[in-house]
Design a protein around this ligand. Structure first.
Ligand code: CA
Ligand code: CA
Length: 167
């Protein structure tokens, strides 16, 4: 799913308690995700260049992992508990160094091209959730896990065309 919005990308309140959001690119004018009194799973998403905030957290217990929050007004806003977020890359550095989270330029391929460059620190930086990833594809239709470990964000770097292996 690519959500280029003008306002709030996805607003999750009590009616969306068990919502699962995967492999989504959320970008635009306003706030990407808004969570209140809900416990959604948000994984393998790229939430970038939202003019307000990436995630506006009010309350609830979301599970957020393997996501990139980059170049939003505030990437993560609100008092998220440390157990709610793992294996994410944020520009604002929230939770960096905890639960596999980092704060490093994801090296997108270009403006409005949120695929990862070969030098991206988000490559192979995620945690594999084999229950759904093994047979899944990324936002571009490529295998979700390549080179043995999932990448952060909605796009998996293709393993084809990688450097020759010397033996
Ligand atoms: Ca923040
Ligand atoms: Ca990978």
């Amino acid at each position: 799913m690519i959500l280029d919005h003008n306002g709030v990308g996805i607003r999750i309140d009590t009616t969306g308690t068990n919502l699962i959001i995967r492999n989504a690119l959320i970008t635009g004018g306003g706030t990407g995700l808004w969570v209140s009194n809900a416990s959604p799973v948000i994984e393998s998403c790229t939430i970038a260049t939202n003019t307000a905030n990436g995630l506006d957290y009010v309350s609830g217990s979301p599970t957020i992992r393997n996501c990139i929050f980059w170049d939003n007004g505030d990437d993560l806003l609100g008092s998220l508990g440390p157990g709610m977020i793992s294996y994410c890359d944020t520009r604002d550095g929230d939770f960096s160094g905890q639960n596999g989270c980092i704060s490093a330029n994801p090296r997108f391929k270009g403006v409005n091209n949120f695929r990862l460059d070969r030098s991206s620190p988000c490559a192979n930086a995620g945690t594999n959730i084999r229950s759904w990833m093994t047979t899944a594809v990324d936002l571009a239709g490529r295998r979700r896990i390549q080179t043995g470990r999932v990448d952060l964000g909605a796009y998996e770097m293709s393993s084809s065309g990688t450097a020759l292996v010397r033996r």
